[in-house]
Ligand binder design. Structure first.
Ligand SMILES: Nc1ncnc2c1ncn2[C@@H]1O[C@H](COP(=O)(O)OP(=O)(O)O)[C@@H](O)[C@H]1O
Ligand SMILES: O=C(O)C1=C[C@@H](OP(=O)(O)O)[C@@H](O)[C@H](O)C1
Ligand SMILES: [Mg+2]
Length: 202
């Protein structure tokens, strides 16, 4: 293995158009061939909801990695956490993200923890990634009582705050643009995403 092939070697954000790995189908030559928009952010940011609206507006399909994982595993995300643990879920999630980034030409909503993997963050380099930001109050109002999110099952305010302290730099690091969603309806957020991406869209 040469240094250039080392799995921990970061991609080349300064040369996103370089066809540097034509033999690696998981590393497209041109990231623009993947999803039109990739949404990241914490639980309650509205990735799944706004993703559906964006897909409708752009006339493309929506992929949501949580749905992909659940379909592949034949059980809900919550059940995967309970039965097999978070690490197993993260393995399934990383594979789902990689497939979707490679294959899906539409809108892609990631699960909130997908950016925890360094390999996933590398895969997102140079792509139209949008960080849907949200503050604690709105996020907890949106998801606080939703039992489908195992990480927030106990003390959602504290869990969400802790999670976001750790993840904020990860979301910011992978994002091309950041869109604040507090006090906005999902429709308004979708507008803001399209406005924010417009100058950088091909
Ligand atoms: N901008 C928003 N304003 C109010 N409620 C929202 C907004 N975006 C999403 N929601 C609601 O918050 C909940 C979580 O949204 P979801 O899209 O599942 O978030 P994520 O996928 O980022 O965790 C849903 O009930 C959704 O209807
Ligand atoms: O933030 C996280 O670690 C998670 C977020 C969830 O997706 P959403 O961000 O769509 O709620 C889901 O993937 C799982 O419950 C773990
Ligand atoms: Mg979601």
């Amino acid at each position: 293995m040469t240094a250039a092939d080392h799995p921990d070697r970061p991609d080349r954000p300064d040369r996103p158009d370089r066809p540097d790995r034509p033999d690696r189908p998981d590393r497209p030559d041109r990231p623009s061939e993947g999803p039109r928009v990739i949404l990241v952010g914490p639980p309650g940011a509205g990735k799944s909801t706004v993703g559906a609206l964006l897909a409708e507006r752009l006339g493309v399909a929506l992929r949501d990695t949580d749905a992909d994982v659940a379909e592949r595993a034949g059980r809900s995300v919550a059940d995967i956490f309970v039965d097999h643990g978070e690490e197993h879920f993260r393995e399934l999630e990383a594979a789902a993200v990689e497939n979707a980034v490679r294959e899906h030409p539409g809108v892609l909503a990631l699960g909130g923890g997908a950016v925890l993997r360094e390999s996933t963050r590398r895969l997102l380099t140079g792509r139209p990634v949008v960080f849907l930001d949200v503050a604690l109050a709105d996020a907890v109002r949106r998801v606080g009582l939703d039992t489908a999110r195992p990480l927030l099952a106990v003390n959602p305010r504290q869990q969400w705050r802790t999670l976001m302290e750790h993840r904020r730099p990860l979301y910011t690091g992978v994002a091309r643009v950041v869109v604040a969603t507090d006090g906005l309806t999902p429709e308004q957020v979708a507008d803001a995403v399209l406005d924010a991406l417009e100058p950088t869209r091909a």
